[in-house]
Design a protein around this ligand. Structure first.
Ligand code: ADP
Ligand code: MG
Length: 175
């Protein structure tokens, strides 16, 4: 098991009172309602408390581009759940909302990914934290900047990571 905390090579600049940051995405049905519903479900019990919410963004599909546009956002949460319990909690919300896994990176009613958990580094078959694709995805970095503008990953700020990307397809939606 690999689970270490390493402030130098790892994550810095998390917002105060925040234990983890989750990314949400959806490209089926009423996307704004799907995000709201996922956030309601994530925080319905006493396991997870939402401490900050990003704006929502209309984004172009990534990876498998032959599908409809997405809405993406992020939430910062406080939780006492272990990393794997938090993953299960996120997957339970996906399943309760009727997510059916079809093709990899395919259409989904809701995707809830764990971006960071404090400054922890986790490399397990079913859980990698920080999420390995954060630096490549404008649709993750831009909402992440809303909730954690000072966050660094491996010594790089969000703006440094964004400077390598074309993010014209990540457009803020009206509040
Ligand atoms: P994707 O999010 O890449 O579109 P899925 O949501 O279907 O794909 O997730 C595939 C698997 O990724 C999950 O079964 C989960 O175990 C694994 N996984 C690894 N790291 C993470 C993470 N940080 N957050 C969410 N899922 C993760
Ligand atoms: Mg996922």
């Amino acid at each position: 098991m690999t689970d270490t905390s390493n402030g130098d090579a790892g994550v810095g600049g998390m917002p105060p009172a925040c234990d983890a940051i989750l990314a949400l995405g959806t490209n089926i049905g009423n996307r704004i309602e799907n995000i709201d519903e996922a956030i309601r479900r994530l925080s319905a019990g006493d396991e997870v408390e939402i401490v900050a919410r990003s704006r929502l963004y209309r984004t172009a599909p990534w990876g498998d581009v032959d599908q409809d546009w997405f809405v993406n956002g992020c939430v910062a949460v406080r939780t006492k759940l272990s990393p794997h319990a938090l993953l299960k909690h996120c997957q339970a919300v996906e399943n309760a909302m009727g997510r059916v896994r079809t093709r990899h990176w395919g259409p989904r009613v809701i995707d809830v990914d764990i971006l960071t958990i404090g400054d922890r580094q986790i490399r397990e078959p079913d859980l990698v934290v920080p999420h390995p694709l954060i630096a490549e995805r404008g649709f993750v970095l831009i909402p992440l900047r809303d909730v954690a503008p000072d966050l660094t990953l491996g010594g790089k700020s969000i703006d440094m990571m964004l400077s390598a990307l074309d993010v014209r397809d990540v457009v803020p939606m009206a509040p």
